[in-house]
Design a protein. Structure first.
Lengths: 102, 381
């Protein structure tokens, strides 16, 4: 059940456009997340902001990988997700150990 | 319609959905000031937002991209909840939840802890100095609802120097717990491992202690100067006020005030804690130069606040060197406890004792309470 070549190209075009737009939008969200980091009033808020920043970066890398059609950016995103998770856990534990002082 | 176009259509909708959710989440994060509400919004970004975008990899049609993306999605799903939990856990220790009616959260927490008693950690290592701390704890009139945790934490040196090196900790702890227990006071005990100082700090933080009591082992002057005193190390790193016990009663208290923020914390502590209800409080200010009028005013203001709180107050201002003046005044007036604020803060957040507090701690004959600001900040600054 193949459609005509024209409509197949049109669908592929739409996909490509949406992917590029998603990549651009993710980059904007990255800027938004950095704004969140700068506005964080204290340590725990900064910790959360960093985690969100890392997640947004994973989004950027993933959409870049879609745009380019290569897989290695997603591998980099995997490594980043692993490290940011570990960093969050360790930082939160450190904050608890330090006690109630701000 | 081919499989390709179908997958392409699904990928488009997933991409749009993922970006939309991530945007909503980030906007929520920016506009919500409270940590727990932010966690809620962040869950949108780190959960469905990113997973939908990763699932959109099926539109690319390339196996390696899809595999890697599925791996990342699985990992993010598993670890997202763990990250949220640890941040929320740290948050509950730091912030009082913002009440629904918008009342001052700090006030609620403070009054709550008065009504339900104190949480006290007593570090015991079998030495004679620690005995003094437990004797003092037995003599203090704790408010109803107090929880006391005894920590058996020792190192080889102390154990060798103790009166009876073969004594088992359980026997000692049982005896002390029996002496401390009374209506309204619950006592439990915990054996902690090596590295006693680290263990005591950790246990105080975990237990959310209001007060940490330790005995004072006087090592030589050189060792104290080099910072090898265990009590000093504990005082530096404790998450709560620390009482270094050298006396067995709590009948008279000396509070020094110089108008600084740290001495405000010290006087607030004396005003609020119920254990000082029956003690006589001497409020003094020692000045290096001839007494000016504002020094007297600071003392009067502090004394007025303490009298409002129902304390029995005596005031004095005199001239002399701050640290040795405090020690001498404590000796002259037969003081059981000196309450002093800590001072100074390094970039790592560790509080180092100011020179006055450090000297008083080292040379006073009586117990010393190092006060730290107690209030838990509300989540909205």
């Amino acid at each position: 059940m193949r459609t005509s070549a024209g409509s197949a190209t049109w669908c592929a075009d739409v996909l490509e456009t949406v992917t590029v737009v998603a990549f651009g939008w993710s980059t904007l969200l990255l800027g938004l997340a950095s704004l969140l980091l700068l506005r964080a009033p204290d340590t725990l808020h900064r910790l959360l902001a960093l985690e969100v920043l890392a997640t947004t970066l994973v989004m950027v890398l993933t959409t870049l990988s879609y745009v380019q059609g290569v897989s290695y950016y997603v591998d980099a995103a995997l490594a980043l997700a692993l490290l940011s998770f570990t960093a969050t856990i360790v930082s939160a534990r450190y904050i608890i150990r330090r006690g109630r002082r701000p | 319609m081919t499989l390709e176009t179908l997958l392409g259509a699904i990928a488009v909708s997933l991409l749009i959905g993922g970006c939309a959710l991530a945007t909503v989440g980030l906007i929520g994060l920016i506009f919500k000031p409270d940590l727990f509400e932010q966690l809620h919004a962040a869950g949108l970004v780190t959960g469905p937002g990113i997973v939908l975008i990763l699932l959109a990899s099926i539109g690319t049609g390339k196996a390696e991209i899809i595999t890697s993306a599925i791996l990342v999605a699985a990992f993010v799903l598993v670890t997202g909840s763990i990250s949220t939990h640890v941040i929320a856990n740290a948050g509950t220790r730091r912030y009082a939840p913002v009440p629904a009616d918008g009342a001052d959260a700090r006030q609620e927490v403070v009054e709550g802890s008065d009504a339900t008693g104190m949480r006290v950690v007593i570090a015991y290592d079998g030495s004679a100095a620690a005995r003094v701390a437990t004797d003092l704890a037995a003599a203090i009139d704790w408010p109803a609802g107090t929880l006391i945790r005894l920590l058996w934490a020792t190192d080889d040196e102390t154990r060798a120097a103790a009166a009876n090196p073969a004594a088992t900790p359980e026997h000692d702890l049982h005896e002390i717990a029996a002496r401390l227990r009374r209506p309204g006071v619950a006592v439990d005990a915990e054996l902690v491992g090596d590295e006693p100082v680290d263990a005591i700090i950790d246990a105080s933080a975990t237990f959310d202690a209001d007060l940490l009591m330790v005995g004072s082992r006087r090592r030589g002057v050189v060792q104290s100067a080099l910072g090898l005193s265990a009590a000093g190390d504990i005082v530096d790193r404790a998450p709560c006020p620390v009482l270094v016990a050298r006396s067995r009663t709590l009948r008279s208290v000396l509070l020094t005030t110089d108008g600084s923020g740290q001495s405000e914390a010290a006087s607030e502590l004396v005003a609020r804690w119920a254990i000082f209800d029956l003690a006589r409080v001497h409020v003094i200010n020692i000045v290096a130069a001839p007494a000016a009028t504002d020094h007297g005013r600071v003392v009067e203001a502090t004394a007025a606040r303490l009298m409002d709180a129902g304390r029995d107050v005596v005031t004095a201002v005199f001239q002399g060197h701050p640290a040795s003046g405090i020690v001498e005044a404590a000796r002259d007036r037969d003081i059981d406890l000196v309450v002093i604020g800590s001072r100074g803060r390094t970039g790592l957040g560790r509080t180092l004792l100011g020179s006055v507090a450090g000297e008083v701690l080292a040379s006073a004959d009586c117990s010393v309470l190092i006060a730290r600001p107690l209030a838990r900040r509300p989540a909205t600054s």
